[in-house]
Design a protein around this ligand. Structure first.
Ligand SMILES: [Cu+2]
Length: 232
């Protein structure tokens, strides 16, 4: 028995080694900053809607970029790539993506790896949500009825883009985090990530259509580090 339990400890710890481990953080640091558009922001196109205009509306302004007058970019995920331990995962246990008025609501969100995403259709028409992690399909669900909710466990980390196979103008994104150090920029392009154990990490940004970007960042105990990125 003793040998078996010792073996169990070895196996478990070798599995856990690769994964994020929760551990108390004392006197952690923070990272805050702002994401802005690099160059002249694109003028969003106005799309004429022919599929289900009664629910979706007759026209739509293309909504992949949300850029303020000063160039601030909303809905950018800023995250630490390589942190192995720290504060508790604190994203919702059952995150929801709703299809409402032919929009993904919320347009972009961060969920925890292995959480059970609740894919909801609030519209009285058929939607077929289709998500891509790079080029591979993760979610592909037809929901023909209003009020349907289908749970889908998301097991791979990274940024997925969302598209609807019925309505080609529907766009959005979901970022699946394997650690809690990820934040979404607000309308003013700013973000803050708190309670980070001191160290040097790789920080990266994900945007549904923008190019990814990353770089090193050093966080000191009890201090505020700054990270600002320009994306396009
Ligand atoms: Cu749709």
């Amino acid at each position: 028995m003793r040998i078996l339990s010792a073996l169990g400890v070895v196996l478990c710890s070798s599995v856990a080694w690769a994964q994020y481990a929760e551990a108390p953080v004392t006197n952690g640091g923070s990272i805050s900053g702002k994401v802005t558009y690099d160059g002249t922001p694109p003028k969003p196109a106005t799309i004429t809607i022919t599929q289900d205009p009664g629910t979706c509306g007759a026209t739509r302004v293309e909504d992949s970029w949300s850029i303020a007058a000063d160039g601030a970019v909303e809905n950018v995920v800023v995250y630490l790539v390589d942190i192995k331990s720290g504060k508790k995962m604190d994203f919702p246990a059952q995150p929801v993506v709703d299809q409402k008025g032919c929009h993904y609501v919320p347009h972009v969100q961060i969920i925890a790896k292995n959480s059970e995403l609740q894919v909801k259709n609030s519209d009285p028409i058929l939607h077929n949500i289709h998500s891509y992690l790079g080029t591979s399909t993760v979610i592909n669900l037809a929901e023909p009825k209003q009020g349907m909710v289908i749970p889908k466990k998301i097991t791979k980390a990274g940024g997925m883009t969302l598209k609807c196979d019925i309505h080609n103008f529907m766009r959005g994104a979901i970022f699946t985090a394997d650690n809690p150090y990820a934040a979404l920029t607000g309308k003013d392009g700013t973000f803050e990530i708190k309670d980070i154990p001191p160290g040097t990490y790789e920080i990266a940004v994900f945007h549904e259509v923008g190019s990814p970007k990353s770089g090193p960042i050093t966080v000191k105990a009890g201090e505020k580090a700054t990270y600002s990125a320009k994306i396009k």
